[in-house]
Write a protein that binds this ligand. Structure first.
Ligand code: GLA
Length: 424
């Protein structure tokens, strides 16, 4: 009888303690190679931009010397095309010897010496999306152990070249294997993106138990079209997605492309604002060696980052879609504060949008407002009409502090969305 109890207990612990790393209580922040540097392996002709240890060391230097690390941007993540085409004689993955002559362990040390963390990439399947060796079910344990031996801090598990059945086994198995190494390794799962991103095919409760973050949807590209498409998909599906996020478990709408070629400064502010409303991971994929000061100051905006990193970890929602093309987004924050974003889909000229906090379902009281991108502050009564001027494809973003005269009902959680959902 004792024995059967023990077996029962262990079955339970196996299924509930899938991922237990205590990591990423706020959305992870850092830099990820893929969108900007892709699978450029031509180090002969393009030594500055090819996927090599030099690229990651260059970016690490920038993160630690240009004020990024102090703001929370600490992960440097390798993506596809880092490995050799063959596993080594012990069946372990190995980096391309020409492009990573020092090896991954040394690269991880380089990050750790600078107060940074190293992420790496693999693929649940026969090959990575770029055609490099994948991690089939039988290789999961050895690969998890290899990453832990290298002192890697985060692992993105892509899903090319596998079917739904293999993915259903592989993603939870990898979670357990990472846990079993004893090294805390943040776990990013691309699983949902391979099965449509929505329930019933995706079980967000299970994902929250086994992964720290997950890609729900398509790859971002360096264009406003792509960013807008991602914004549309996430907020059109917010009923399914928004509740899935919380401390240690985040939706990932993919990298920030601010500082690249496709976005204007207004569009860059829109990406920063809406990624913060979504409580999205902030992984920049840009060239930190040559980034413009305009893009840098958007990415380093302390108030936007503070909103993104709010300790309560509740994601926001779109609360209003106006015929004028203005949309309003709202995210509750700790200390009874919140964030508002006014976003314009218009393509003509700055639009003067009139509203009041009362109209946006705020309770009675006087609020302190900080305009996130101008730094201007103001006091605003719930009943007072205000006007914001929102540029085409741009945003106005506000941090709204707790009202001076508080209605205690506002503290009651179940009431939050009731009060604030103005549209479905
Ligand atoms: C997939 C992923 C991308 C990137 C590439 C690499 O498309 O979604 O984020 O990792 O593979 O090949």
């Amino acid at each position: 009888m004792h024995f059967s109890l023990l077996v029962f207990a262990c079955v339970l612990c196996g299924s509930t303690l899938a991922l237990n790393n205590g990591l990423m209580r706020t959305p992870p922040m850092g830099w990820l190679a893929w969108e900007r540097f892709r699978c450029d392996i031509d180090c002969q002709n393009d030594p500055k931009n090819c996927i090599s240890e030099n690229l990651f060391m260059d970016m690490a230097d920038r993160l630690s010397e240009d004020g990024w690390r102090e703001l929370g941007y600490v992960y440097i993540n390798i993506d596809d095309c880092w490995s050799s085409m063959e596993r080594d004689e012990n069946g372990r993955l190995q980096p391309d010897p020409k492009r990573f002559p020092g090896g991954i362990h040394k690269l991880a040390r380089y990050m750790h010496d600078r107060g940074l963390k190293l992420g790496i990439y693999g693929d649940m399947g026969t090959h990575t999306c770029g055609g490099y060796p994948g991690t089939t079910l039988d290789k999961i344990q050895i690969d998890a152990q290899t990453f832990a031996d290298w002192e890697v801090d985060m692992f993105k598990f892509d899903g090319c070249y596998s079917n739904a059945t293999e993915q259903e086994q592989g993603y939870p198995l990898m979670s357990k294997a990472l846990n079993a190494t004893g090294r805390p390794i943040g776990y990013s799962c691309s699983w949902p993106a391979y099965v449509g991103g929505l329930p019933p095919k995706v079980n967000y409760t299970q994902l929250g138990e086994i992964c720290n973050l997950w890609r729900n949807y398509d790859d971002i590209q360096d264009s406003w079209d792509s960013v807008l498409n991602i914004i549309d998909w996430f907020f059109d599906n917010q009923d399914a997605l928004q509740p899935a996020a919380g401390p240690g478990r985040w939706n990932d709408p993919d990298m920030l492309i601010i500082g690249d070629f496709g976005l204007s400064l207004d569009q860059s502010r829109s990406q920063m604002a809406l990624w913060s409303i979504m409580a999205a991971p902030l992984f920049m994929s840009n060239d930190l060696r040559t980034i413009s000061s305009g893009a840098q100051s958007i990415l380093q905006n302390k108030i936007a980052i503070g909103i993104n990193q709010d300790a309560m970890g509740m994601a926001g929602r779109r609360i209003l879609k106006e015929k004028s093309g203005i949309e309003v987004f709202w995210r509750p924050l700790s200390n009874n504060a919140s964030a508002l974003v006014f976003f314009s889909r218009r393509t003509d000229m700055p639009y003067r949008y009139t509203s009041s906090l009362r109209q946006l379902n705020f309770t009675t009281g006087s609020y302190k407002i900080i305009d996130v991108f101008t730094g201007k502050m103001a006091s605003l009564k719930d009943s007072t009409d205000f006007v914001v001027s929102v540029n085409p494809s741009g945003v106005v973003m506000w941090y709204v502090s707790a009202p001076a005269r508080m209605n205690l009902n506002h503290l009651h959680f179940d009431n939050f969305w009731h009060r604030h959902i103005l549209i479905q």
